[in-house]
Design a protein around this ligand. Structure first.
Ligand code: KG4
Ligand code: ZN
Length: 341
């Protein structure tokens, strides 16, 4: 079974080809990504019009490259898939339309995939099967806690009420004058900082819900900056490592406390961590330590599967295909597509 998937929900154009059989580890034959990070960096964030124009430019060469790297021809592909939401409408349209056109021209099925389901299942690509677990998705656009019974059966436990975790990293990075995206820059700078130097709020930690809030933390960093330096915009460089480490620790503490509590609440002994922020090594190490203490199993995605990629979309589509699901060719994209009620 060979499946080709396209991901174009935001600023990465990606194409992957997976081979797989039910219950077996999926094999990634090709996973190509044309990153637009450099293009958007000068604007300090993603510019939707630029993103969609670049998806159009990169998609065809990327499909050709993926076929070449996988050493398969278009005719051999059994199924085509694409992200249908959530994301930027003009970006989603490019990938979804291309995948539908390929399916139509090849008389093969098309499967529309929820981007968040791709992230959610990404820690299981190598295993092939997905046990019941609690999933934490931490990306630039989402912070979502879910109880996963099996693929396709998801119950939302909590989500962010304002900024996503990655968004908070990016916005604080911008405040501190670090390049976009802020997440990896903050992690790098935090390495030489003291996480206890500044006492930033752990919002909603005591709240009984499994929801998150990061905008208060972001504001607390801003107030600290303006207090210490009225000429805001140029944080004192000597403060940078401590500010980054203290901010990062506040995010980590809340994510871990809520996720562990959610696992206990749902009666699950496995936690799966996914999304771009899960690349953060301090987060991974702290999660691993906390899970070990509580006797929980922790699964994380391979580093190439954490930020946006098409292999995770292909894996989700593969599982849908094994269940006999496919999408009509007139299935529309949905920028606000939800994963679970
Ligand atoms: O999953 P992703 O590629 O995009 C969305 O679907 O949103 O995640 C991108 C996010 C960005 O906010 C980026 O700053 C964050 O992941 N990120 C990190 C790290 N690497 C990427 N955040 C913290 N530490 C990192 N090492
Ligand atoms: Zn994503």
């Amino acid at each position: 079974m060979l499946l080709l998937a396209i991901e174009s929900s935001c600023d990465e154009t990606a194409v992957a080809i997976l081979s797989g059989e039910p219950g077996e580890p999926a094999q990634i034959l090709a996973s190509e990504i044309a990153s637009q990070i450099e293009l958007h960096r000068v604007y300090g964030g993603v510019v939707p019009e630029l993103a969609s124009r670049n998806h159009s430019l990169h998609l065809r060469p990327l499909v050709e490259q993926a076929l070449k790297n996988a050493n398969v021809s278009l005719k051999e592909i059994d199924c085509f898939a694409a992200t249908s939401g959530p994301g930027l409408a003009s970006s989603l349209l490019i990938g979804a339309t291309a995948a539908k056109a390929l399916a139509l021209a090849s008389s093969k099925p098309f499967i529309a995939v929820n981007h968040l389901e791709g992230h959610l299942l990404s820690p299981y690509v190598a295993a092939g099967n997905v046990p019941p677990h609690v999933a934490l998705i931490v990306s630039g656009g989402h912070t979502l806690l879910l109880d996963v019974e099996k693929p396709g059966s998801y119950r939302r436990l909590g989500s962010t009420r304002d900024d996503a975790a990655g968004e908070a990293f990016d916005k604080v990075g911008k405040m501190l004058g670090l390049p976009y995206p802020g997440g990896p820059e903050i992690e790098k700078t935090a390495k030489s900082g003291n996480p206890e130097a500044f006492s930033f709020p752990r919002s909603m930690l005591k709240d009984r819900s499994f929801d998150f809030s990061f905008s208060g933390l972001k504001t607390a960093v801003l107030y600290t900056l303006t207090d210490r330096n009225p000429d805001y915009g140029t944080p004192r460089s000597s403060d940078l490592p401590d500010l980054c480490a203290s901010f990062q620790q506040a995010v980590i503490d809340v994510l871990i406390a809520k996720t562990l509590r959610a696992a206990k609440h749902a009666g699950r002994d496995t936690i799966a961590l996914s999304g771009g922020v899960s690349l953060n090594q301090a987060l991974r190490d702290s999660f691993a330590q906390a899970c070990k203490k509580e006797g929980l199993t922790l699964l994380t995605a391979d580093s190439g599967l954490c930020t946006d990629n098409a292999a995770m979309i292909a894996f989700a589509a593969l599982l849908h295909h094994f269940e006999g699901r496919q999408s009509p060719l007139d299935a529309d994209i949905d920028p606000n597509l939800a994963l679970a009620p």
